[in-house]
Write a protein that binds this ligand. Structure first.
Ligand code: NDP
Length: 344
């Protein structure tokens, strides 16, 4: 197989601004787009130079020349579309959050597993050269035993993205599913484990009349009592982002790395002082994800964030939502094993 040929499920901003350009850069082909509106789909196809536009998922999935689908509809649609694609034998790259409930996410994993297709979730941060370098440093023992992680991921939501994210909880709006899920994916990749429990406080602090939370702070406990704190928001314009890992022998301080672009800096601070460390590379995060996906289809590598990692990141985000709503600490295992119905 040469470059993968893709069906794009969703005429979305992210497909147009990030994924289609990345597909072309890595030699893969966006062949068709699915939209619920014939007019929007046709316009999207013309604007993005995609040959085919569909309004029927089944008709698009019937095409034998489509190898894989990229799902970037609003979040309540991911599960049904991913399961249908898997049953049609298509490999699946699904946007985050993988689904809106653990039950739906597990259905996606089972369908992909049963069909023998690759499933990956487009949490882009673990693909960043800065994050990969941090993982390498931690594995080499540069910080000793990790004790704590701090995540600064409070940003100002661009106006063009402010629709369903602020107004539609039923479509998966809110900062927790949008950004805390990314933090969870990034930290679990760094630590090689997921959060055991989460305590969160959320609120709506924007100038808009949001129907969902637009700011949240979370505290998480990971195995071996590694403590993680995160601050995520749609409301903060000038904080900048950051990621810090503090261990018994040193600290990694990363700035500007919780972002979609291959930017940001890393410093290692230990008994020898502080020095800047270069990232693994400055490759585009989506190029890295799509190249790894194609290798996974060829059976040569694992996706950057596989279905299981996507499920776990979702579980942590749902635990944060549950905690913020209920006002108590939530055990992630209880969500994953269905002992705790989440309330939103
Ligand atoms: P958009 O709002 O751009 O698109 C989502 C859906 O909204 C589309 O599928 C489309 O439906 C519909 N839509 C798009 N434009 C219009 C319009 N003008 N009028 C009416 N409906 C419209 O969403 P995003 O691109 O921001 O997010 C899509 C998914 O990608 C989400 O799951 C999100 O969490 C994820 N995401 C991931 C990022 C990452 O870096 N990993 C970054 C940004 C988003 P239809 O397809 O039926 O035409």
């Amino acid at each position: 197989m040469t470059g993968l040929r893709w069906g794009l499920i969703g005429a979305s901003d992210i497909a147009s601004t990030r994924i289609i350009p990345a597909l072309r850069r890595v030699g893969q082909e966006p062949l068709a787009v699915l939209s619920s509106s014939a007019e929007r789909g046709a316009r999207f196809a013309v604007e993005n130079d995609v040959s085919l536009s569909y309004t029927s998922l089944d008709a698009m999935l019937d095409r034998h020349d489509i190898d894989a689908v990229y799902i970037s509809t609003t979040n309540e649609l991911h599960a049904e579309q991913a399961v249908a694609a898997a049953m049609a034998g298509k490999h699946v790259l699904c946007e985050k959050p993988l689904a809106m409930s653990i039950h739906d996410a597990q259905k996606i994993l089972s369908a992909c597993d049963g069909a023998g297709v690759v499933l990956a979730v487009n949490h882009h941060l673990p693909a960043a050269g800065t994050h990969r370098k941090m993982r390498e440093l931690i594995a080499q023992g540069a910080v000793g035993k990790p004790l704590a992680v701090r995540v600064f991921h409070a940003v100002k939501l661009p106006d063009r993205l402010a629709g369903w994210r602020l107004q539609n909880p039923e479509r998966g709006g809110g900062v927790i599913l949008d950004i805390t899920s990314h933090d969870a994916a990034a930290v679990q990749a760094l630590l090689g484990a997921r959060a055991l429990e989460v305590a969160a406080i959320s609120c709506s602090q924007g100038l808009w009349a949001a129907a969902v939370e637009d700011a949240v702070v979370s505290a998480m406990r990971f195995p071996e009592d590694v403590l993680v704190q995160t601050h995520d928001a749609f409301t903060v314009g000038y904080a900048g982002t950051g990621l810090e890992v503090h261990g018994t022998e040193g600290s990694i301080i990363a700035r500007g790395v919780m972002t979609q672009d291959p930017v940001g800096s890393l410093h290692l601070r230990d008994a020898n002082g502080e020095r800047e460390i270069g990232p693994s590379d400055r490759d585009d995060l989506y190029d890295v994800t799509l190249s790894a996906f194609a290798e996974a289809v060829r059976g040569q590598a694992a996706p950057i964030v596989d279905g299981q990692a996507g499920l776990q990141a979702l579980a942590v985000a749902l635990a944060a939502k549950e905690s913020a709503q209920a006002g108590r600490t939530v055990a992630v295992d209880a969500l994953l094993t269905g002992q705790l119905p989440h309330s939103g």
